[in-house]
Design a protein around this ligand. Sequence first.
Ligand SMILES: [Cu+2]
Length: 241
Amino acid sequence: MILDSLLPAAASTYAGDIDRLFDVITVLVMIPFTIACFLFFSFILKFKAKDGVKALYITGTEHRYMKWIHRAHFPILTFDLIIVVMAINVWYDVKQDLPEMESEVRVIAQQWAWTFVHPGADNTMGTADDITKVNELHVSTGTLYHYKLEALDVLHNFSVPVFRLKQDAIPGRVITGWFEPTVTGEYDIQCAEICGIGHGLMPARIHISSPEAYSAWVERESAAALARAMGESKSIELAGN
Ligand SMILES: [Cu+2]
């Protein structure tokens, strides 16, 4: 990939498709840009002021001049068409087509923190063993996740650069999307929407583990969540008596 050195690691199944799109756009923009620069500077040198030669005033509206503008349009429009078709394909895969999920996470954005809810050992959301973490998202490689994204106050944007994933979070809506991590490691999650004065203080981390390490983490955290839930219901009972 041309832009590899400029981009962070690619850690989702669709990151490669988006990087390929970046490459295609870079190449298709570079070609006309290079030709235009070359012509611009060579014409400046070729037609510079010469002693005894009177400058011609050309309006550029005559057909024999205009045709050079039209000729340049065709390759540019073809390049645009290639970019649009490729982009729609990738967009459909990443945003429109929701593959069957194997697990899910809830992502809740607010000024200025992220809350992540993971299903516990039962892999079912909304039960007592759910694991809630602030500014820490834990996932496993090789698992297809659906995320349910919410915003509690203003617009935020859930951005995971290593996944090449960016999705607005809109108050009052629950937005579903998907990702499948491919590489283990700990990476940044950012809010990519100016969401108030603490926007820059809204970083979180994604922890991508192997399936074994992830199961061990879920087991441990899930047991702790259950114990906490039981403790809370006990104290409510006691308070009621
Ligand atoms: Cu934000």
